[in-house]
Design a protein around this ligand. Structure first.
Ligand SMILES: O=C(O)CCC(=O)C(=O)O
Ligand SMILES: [Fe+2]
Length: 268
């Protein structure tokens, strides 16, 4: 978790009011945001996950894709929204780099950091969870691990995220004001040869509607553990991971049910 006092709360407030506007748009506008990348683009609520709706912007640290998205969603007036989302994505990207740098340094392998940073691409996902009706499931998002390197998450002031501990129990994540949650994904686990754990997490809804904004760093080049992190005590756990290949592997419906997809995809 990072508390960011430098980050003015007006930015967060404005972001969440943009999210409200966005999800209030007509469905025929929202569905225009499609993606070639599995698991991204617009996701309408569906019978299995009725409370959850999301949409995403690929490569949101660059202006052009953000502009394309905001032009699609708000054809008449959008420059302020575009600027806000683009600025948000870049601030979070800086934090992402800082976090990976600290971890690389802590393992004494900072020499690989620059090349890692050069291979990263960011996806911004905006999500809405409506409050459950009576007798309806309160599950916002099913338990899953993130497939990318690092996820940085922020929410409007409504809690709901829960993380599973290694002993199997679930703990609610309490976001202090002006904070973001930083979560390791499966690619980070591969890179660290299992040292960094990518936790299962889910969203459980209570009474109130919730919005969240998550930025995911994905690696464009193969992710592999530095040789320094592999020895007799720490044998290599995974073959080099193709991060987007992994997403394509998972996008085949039945494979989402596999217990440990990372192991199935690139485990040794
Ligand atoms: O909305 C949240 O707090 C979590 C979302 C999430 O886990 C995801 O998009 O992968
Ligand atoms: Fe997640």
């Amino acid at each position: 978790m990072a508390v960011h006092d430098k980050y003015p709360s007006e930015v967060s407030d404005s972001i969440f009011s943009v999210l409200q506007d966005l999800f209030n748009l007509p469905l025929e506008i929202k569905v225009q945001n499609t993606s070639q990348t599995p698991l991204f683009g617009y996701y309408a609520p569906n019978p299995n996950v009725p409370l959850y709706e999301s949409t995403s912007i690929e490569d949101a640290i660059n202006l052009e894709p953000v502009q394309e998205f905001t032009n699609q969603m708000w054809p008449s007036k959008n420059s302020h929204i575009c600027e806000l989302l683009h600025c948000y994505a870049n601030q979070v990207a800086e934090l992402d780099k800082m976090v990976s740098k600290l971890v690389f340094e802590s393992y004494g392998v900072e020499k690989y950091h620059e090349s890692h940073v050069g291979s990263v691409t960011y996806f911004l996902r905006l999500a809405k969870y409506r409050a459950p009706e009576q007798n309806e499931t309160n599950l916002g998002v099913r338990p899953h691990t993130d497939k990318n390197f690092i996820t940085i998450l922020q929410q409007n002031e409504v809690d709901g995220l829960e993380v599973q501990l290694k002993n199997g129990s679930w703990i609610p994540v309490d976001f202090p004001p002006s904070s973001v949650v930083i979560m390791a994904g499966d690619a980070f686990s591969v890179w660290s040869n299992g040292r960094v754990h990518s936790p299962f997490h889910r969203v459980t809804m209570k009474g109130k509607g919730r919005y969240s904004i998550a930025q995911f760093s994905y690696c464009k080049k193969l992710v592999e553990a530095p040789t320094e992190l592999v020895d007799d005590e720490h044998p290599l756990l995974y073959k080099p991971l193709d991060n987007f290949g992994f997403l394509r592997f998972l996008s085949k419906g039945e494979r989402r049910e596999i217990q440990n997809p990372l192991k199935a995809y690139c485990g040794i």
